[in-house]
Design a protein around this ligand. Structure first.
Ligand SMILES: Cc1cc2nc3c(=O)[nH]c(=O)nc-3n(C[C@H](O)[C@H](O)[C@H](O)COP(=O)(O)OP(=O)(O)OC[C@H]3O[C@@H](n4cnc5c(N)ncnc54)[C@H](O)[C@@H]3O)c2cc1C
Length: 318
């Protein structure tokens, strides 16, 4: 693989940690990795990115909000001008909105949610979950360019370089950008806990928790002891106990943290689709036959209302 373009995600102030997975993957495939940043006032973020790869910035007020058709247009133009053979991003909600559009514009071959890869006989083989995680497929992309999104925790970010790479600012002609969509406003919830797709540890709760107060006390309490993110099964989202943003699974977020703690979650295939690539899975469930135990590295049969406070106490040292 020669030229690889990595799309980096940021929140307007700093790089999203999940972007490290895309850079890590790209670096495993090629020495010719260039990072692309879009937005406005990107100076500080570009300096951060330059620790990992040479950086191209499309820095313009017309790109200040990530309006998908504009961003996809710019990504496509840059990929073409750079003759990129591979375009990589981390599979986040942002990427789902934008990268697929670029893939359509570029007319290449795309694989999303990649969790692993190998090169055999010179061919790149990608692993990704399919059919709600019921199977893990191995894919070879035949088209060009190739567009790949990787799961947030699937790859480690490379070590930052001692001497930063170069940063180049691209010129943006706002008059050529699509204007069918206009940005209105953004409602952003800022939580003290890390984002569920970026955290190294995720503590998730299921139907065992009867209300939002219990979820916060037990799942949130344990997450805070571990510096973890909270996640939830869809059962709790559907019951209005947890917000949609916490849902892990086929129709929620796909996560692959170092440690996934499933508390009172049965392990339905749709939930497993979102977390079964976690490095270590630990589960607490009062039903010894709960399917989650088939996937868990560590399991505790017990009542979450008794076991979770014990864990919190242990971690608290009290
Ligand atoms: C198209 C489709 C998409 C879906 N997408 C998703 C998705 O993205 N994410 C998702 O999570 N689900 C999804 N679902 C729903 C999924 O099928 C399950 O219904 C859901 O995951 C169940 O959530 P749960 O494990 O919390 O609840 P349950 O299956 O009811 O399990 C609760 C578990 O808690 C245990 N328990 C109860 N009380 C206690 C206690 N006090 N202590 C310890 N253990 C206890 C029980 O033994 C049980 O195993 C989807 C379904 C469909 C049809």
């Amino acid at each position: 693989m020669n030229k690889v373009l990595v799309l980096l995600e940021h929140d307007g102030t700093t790089l999203r940690p999940s972007s490290g997975s895309a850079i890590g993957f790209a670096r495993e495939l090629s020495d010719e990795v260039t990072a692309l940043l879009l937005g406005e006032d990107l100076g500080a973020i570009a300096a951060e990115a330059a620790k990992y790869a040479p950086v191209l910035t499309a820095d313009h007020e017309s790109l200040s909000q990530n309006v998908a058709d504009r961003w996809a247009h710019v990504i496509t133009e840059v990929a073409r001008s750079q003759n990129a053979e591979l375009i990589v991003a981390t599979s986040t909600t942002w990427a789902k909105d934008i990268v697929g559009r670029s893939a359509g514009l570029l007319g290449g071959a795309m694989a999303s949610d990649v969790t692993d890869h190998e090169i055999t006989d010179g061919q790149l083989r990608l692993r990704r979950p399919m059919f709600a995680g019921a199977v893990n497929a191995t894919l070879i992309l035949e088209g060009s360019p190739k567009i790949i999104t990787v799961c947030p925790s699937a790859y480690n970010a490379p070590k930052p370089a001692d001497i930063p790479f170069l940063i180049e600012t691209l010129s943006v002609d706002a008059s050529t950008l699509p204007s069918a969509t206009r940005f209105e406003s953004l409602d952003c919830k800022k939580g003290a806990r890390p984002d569920v797709t970026e955290a190294h540890i995720v503590v998730s709760g299921g139907r065992a928790f009867k209300n939002a107060e219990d979820f916060e006390k037990y799942v949130g309490g344990l997450a805070d002891q571990l510096g973890a993110a909270t996640g939830s099964s869809r059962a709790l989202v559907d019951a209005g106990i947890t917000p949609n943003s916490l849902q892990v699974g086929q129709t929620g977020k796909i996560v692959a943290p170092e440690l996934y703690l499933a508390l009172g979650i049965s392990g339905a295939v749709q939930h497993l689709a979102g977390m079964k690539n976690s490095r270590v899975i630990a589960a607490i469930n009062q039903d010894p036959d709960a399917p989650i135990f088939e996937f868990a590295d560590y399991g505790l049969v017990g009542d979450v209302y008794k076991e979770v406070p014990r864990l919190i106490e242990e971690l608290n040292g009290s």
